[in-house]
Design a protein around this ligand. Structure first.
Ligand code: PLP
Length: 388
């Protein structure tokens, strides 16, 4: 038998990072001290009150059984209370919240619930790659909304052709944004609700980074806009907020019918989140503000170190108000891939080429400031000595 992959994975775009990965491994095996600013994975441990809640819950036999599909009611209630406190938005824990095995899982399953083959899905470019890959898996057609620097990396909804708007079924948005770090406000979300109502488009707002923000900023929820819950849902993650990337827990909130649609897909594919992890999630959300200011300060200090370094070497960057990413321009005429590759071989620094997030990311580099200040200072020193 000649084993063949299905077209949907056969036709996936080539894995841009494969070449870099091979190079990293080769350099590490030669004993090079590589500084990894590539992956957006917090280096700071999960707060101890959350770990203790997991330990306790892991001892309870009823938590060893299959969890409920939609998630424990107590977890969804904690989500609802957090939403009210943080955003002033009321959501019904019974019908407007679903627990996810990390927000990536929910995002990846969303097109299966709403997109028929041939439907258009509006995706940000550059953007988190899961939006377009999941769309393709569902037989949909991703349509890039360019995020341009001159628009503060917000999509220009007016420039989307009328025929595309009419065929579009769903739109993904993400603010604070990965990879650009751009933030937005309620006025932009209002224009999105208007647009979505006009063309009957479901809006899926990925809010994974609302809690990683600087200089006293508290980025808004899409659901703060009147009428948003009539047309959309919002994804949240405990990963970045509480340094819990390995735990796999997140949630989606919003329109009842959309939440139940996503729930239907999940019921047929997975069996929910380990209840002990949900108990830890309840602890995290109930004591949400414990340590939050300190966590934000850690990233803010790192942001300043790295951005000052970029300024010193004369590289143009987009000043981050949120997320733990810094998005900067490559020197004129240098491609994202060449810059990434040279930075690794000549300075031992791993970064992510902007075109890995879509063609409008070409000419940019994303750095993740998820290493401690010593390492970041060392990276800045190496950058100063790097000739490009
Ligand atoms: N959305 C964005 C924009 C992300 O950057 C990530 C992770 O990097 C996720 C969603 C997924 O997060 P998780 O599945 O850990 O909740």
């Amino acid at each position: 038998m000649s084993l063949k992959w299905a077209k949907r994975i056969e036709e996936l775009p080539p894995y841009l990072f494969a070449e870099i990965d091979a190079k990293i491994n080769e350099m590490i095996s030669r004993g090079v001290d590589v500084i990894d600013l590539g992956i957006g994975d917090p280096d700071i441990p999960t707060p101890s009150n959350i770990i203790n809640a997991l330990k306790e819950a892991a001892e309870v036999p009823k938590n060893h059984r299959y969890p409920s599909y939609a998630g424990m009611f107590e977890f969804r209630e904690a989500v609802s209370n957090w939403y009210r406190e943080r955003f002033g938005v009321n959501v019904d824990p019974q019908s407007e919240v679903v627990t996810l095995i990390g927000s990536k899982e929910g995002i990846a399953h969303t097109p299966l619930a709403f997109v028929d083959p041939g439907d258009i899905v509006l995706v940000p470019d550059p953007g988190y790659p899961v939006y377009s890959v999941a769309t393709t898996f569902a037989g949909g057609l991703p349509y890039s909304m360019p995020l341009l620097k001159m628009n503060n990396f917000l999509p220009d909804l007016e420039s989307i052709p009328e025929y595309v708007c009419r065929r579009a079924k769903l739109m993904f948005l993400n603010y604070p944004n990965n990879p650009t770090s751009s933030v937005t406000d309620i006025d932009f979300f209002k224009s999105v609700v208007e647009f979505a109502n006009k063309y009957d488009i479901i809006v899926c707002h990925d809010a994974a980074y609302t809690e990683v923000a600087y200089d006293g900023l508290n980025p808004p929820s899409f659901l703060q806009v009147d009428g948003a819950a009539d047309i959309g849902i919002e994804f949240h993650s405990l990963s970045k907020t509480f340094n819990m990337t390995g735990w796999r827990i997140g949630f989606a909130v919003g329109n009842k019918k959309a939440i139940s649609g996503l729930g239907k897909i999940k019921t047929n594919i997975d069996s929910g989140v380990f209840q002990a992890v949900q108990c830890a999630g309840i602890e995290a959300l109930r004591h949400y503000s414990v340590g939050m200011a300190e966590r934000r300060m850690i990233y803010q200090e790192r942001r300043d170190i790295f951005c000052n370094g970029l300024r010193e070497v004369g590289l143009d960057y987009f000043p981050p108000k949120a997320t733990f990413y810094v998005w900067f321009d490559t020197p004129r005429g240098v491609s994202s891939k060449d810059f990434t590759s040279r930075l690794l071989s000549d300075a031992g620094i791993v970064v992510t080429p902007g075109n890995g997030f879509g063609k409008y990311g070409e000419g940019f580099i994303r750095v993740s400031i998820t290493v401690n200040t010593e390492r970041l200072k060392e990276a800045v020193e190496r950058l100063k000595g790097f000739k490009f």
